[in-house]
Write a protein that binds this ligand. Sequence first.
Ligand code: PLP
Length: 405
Amino acid sequence: MATDSSYRNFVPPHRLLMGPGPSMVHPRVLQALAQPLLGHLDPVFLGLMNEIQALLRATFHTHNEFTIALSGTGSAGMEAVIANLIEPGDRAIVGVNGVFGTRLATMIERSGGIPIRIEAPWGTTIPLDALETELVRAAPVKAVVLVHAETSTGAWQPLQDVGALCRAHDALFIVDAVTSLGGIPVEVDTWGIDACYSGTQKCLSCPPGLAPLTVSPRGMSAIRKRRVPCPSWYLDLSLIADYWNDHSRAYHHTAPISMLYGLREALRLVHEEGLPARTARHQLNSDALMAGLHTLGLHPLPPPGRRLPMLNCVTLPDGIDEAMVRTRLLQEYGIEIGGGLGPLRGRVWRIGLMGESCQHAHVLTLLNALETICASLGRPVQPGRAMQAATDTYTQSPESSRRQA
Ligand SMILES: *Cc1c(COP(=O)(O)O)cnc(C)c1O
């Protein structure tokens, strides 16, 4: 078969990535990815790893020594935390209110653990008193596992009181912060979180490929005291710790050098902006988007106070062919948004405003495109109204008066 002429130079089409991830990537990160390689034990590269650890500690708000970027996407972070902290026979309480809680329960089972599922309707969050009841009923419990930002439903799980509850019942507290980190506050130390993992491709705006991960001294001691070795050799955190530890630097697997260059630059961008400003930007753009979507008859699935700013999940009015609208958005406007998963398939859109994707101009572009498509389908929309509602949100915001001052 002739391959020389059939494989042309690949140039990806221009896209506005406004789905549940990956998000758009800053040119500085793309440049960092293109730099020449160093060896994974080169002292210059080891210095870069130390910088990444410091930047990640600042992002997670933690002093945990074990704070690293694990090789693999967010799911690798999930798998590593469960495979290392849950041993055969361990009971773990897991909040199941969407795809990722469901996946966590599966991983607990595969590690030989016993998942104790607390289910809540998709779009809602897990109540604190349900956690407390199960901690008492199912004692002893090894860990409580919650998803901070449920990307499949747009629900924002409150975490600030869970850590103390876990400590009172001698349970570890495990948090999935894949979508939340870099978009809303993640306070690992203050909230008493023992293991927290994220992903690079959501609000950190780096390509998929690494899982930022932090484990408390309590969590590390549980890993070191395991009765049986971690069933995954590749994700064994006690071995990986020996590579990230500045005193041992023992070869485990070859670090994905270029991805780490990219992550360092993405984290530099996060801290140049500042986490509070970044949180405010996500909230403002989300509020503006929601104001516009409201005029199109699209309303958030999660209840008030539980709506994530970086993942805007809206329910669809009857009679919309949602897949066709998403196809038109992509083909006519180059905009990607997400559909529903599992029981929400065909019932919601998931609009991501993550990291670099979270921009005033993108919000207005999407609203204009959606409004135009809705009008072409004969839906009762008033041209320009969605953009006007969004624009009103921007002009009324304290951010905007500060910019004008
Ligand atoms: C995206 C996501 C994951 C999985 O991350 P991948 O990068 O797709 O492996 C896990 N948890 C949550 C909440 C997510 O949004």
